[in-house]
Design a protein around this ligand. Structure first.
Ligand SMILES: [Zn+2]
Length: 325
């Protein structure tokens, strides 16, 4: 299945909860007390695999056990932080050696439970397919004909970036934003308080979260990306010379990660502008923003396919200016 919905709303948390429910041995699952539940909560259930974007390993073709170890550590860190983690940076991905590990583990029988569960967070960041069709194909085949007693739960806040072949093989569920009251209830948990530190009022945090509490955990990174996105949109309206200067400032292919973060923020800003325009009856401006958002989506896909941020920036700024968004 695919859980999609706003970033930071808790999709992976929900996916793990479903995993716990599937691996719980009590009648009223998930009980939170049986061995299965305790292993899941500790991040150590041998039949639950949790993959998500990570920095690329230095070794391009690492040993499978090395990849497993790396993920065990990453999961342990997330568990230690009570499942509170910032959004992975734009250069982190689910690389093809992860798909290799996944395909290999899916072929094994469950170790202690009756089934295996694979949770794949931010699944749209999985293997840039053109570089390794065989890894992507093996994964697709797995989704098409999952081994007996195996459940795949994918999550994504950018489901439009998922391969159509993946989307056609999953049952999709939308995870909606939670209410501000629920965000407040999340905020008062001691581990959340500790993680967020002092300096911001609860009211400000509720605003930052906008129904997706995870956003409070990445707001520093988000603030930086939003500052660059605002400058980007402003420069789009500043004429050719500023396009070129801003485009060069986005860096080359190595800067793809940070650039993806900027594009995400540009999308959000355009969405807000479009919504404000629609509410105040400025239809043309609303349509312009919607069209520009489509150009941003195209740029995101091209960035995933390794087109240079400089080239994409120049093109996108011209689109934004032409549309008057
Ligand atoms: Zn249980």
């Amino acid at each position: 299945m695919l859980l999609h919905g706003p970033e930071g709303v808790g999709k992976q948390r929900l996916a793990l909860w479903i995993g716990q429910m599937l691996l719980c041995t009590a009648d009223e699952a998930p009980c939170g007390e049986c061995q299965g539940c305790r292993y899941v909560l500790a991040g150590q259930h041998p039949d639950l695999y949790w993959f998500f974007p990570r920095p690329r390993l230095k070794d391009a073709e690492p040993d499978i056990e090395q990849v497993k170890e790396e993920y065990d550590q990453a999961v342990a860190e997330r568990v230690k932080e009570h499942g509170l983690y910032a959004r992975p940076g734009g250069s982190e991905g689910i690389y093809r050696y992860v798909a290799r590990l996944l395909v290999q583990r899916a072929a094994l029988s469950p170790a202690i439970a009756h089934r295996k569960v694979f949770v794949i967070g931010d699944a749209e960041r999985m293997v840039p397919q053109e570089s390794s069709p065989e890894a992507a194909n093996a994964f697709l085949k797995l989704l098409e004909e999952p081994p007996a007693n195996t459940t795949f739960i994918l999550t994504s806040s950018e489901p439009t970036l998922l391969l159509p072949t993946i989307k056609s093989r999953v049952v999709s569920f939308r995870v909606s934003r939670i209410t501000d009251d629920e965000v407040r209830r999340f905020l008062v948990q001691p581990e959340v308080r500790e993680r967020l530190g002092a300096g911001t009022t609860d009211d400000e945090r509720v605003l930052q979260a906008a129904g997706a509490p995870g956003r409070m955990l990445s707001h520093k990174e988000q603030d930086a990306a939003f500052a660059r996105a605002r400058a980007f949109i402003e420069a789009a309206h500043g004429g050719r010379e500023r396009w070129l200067r801003t485009a060069f400032a986005q860096g080359g292919k190595g800067a793809r990660g940070a650039f993806s973060d900027v594009l995400d923020a540009v999308s959000v800003l355009l969405h807000e502008r479009g919504r404000a325009a629609a509410i105040s009856g400025r239809d043309q401006a609303a349509v312009a923003a919607a069209r520009a958002m489509r150009s941003v989506e195209d740029a995101k896909i091209a960035a995933q396919q390794n087109v240079s941020p400089q080239l994409l920036s120049a093109r996108l700024m011209r689109d934004i200016a032409d549309l008057g968004a």
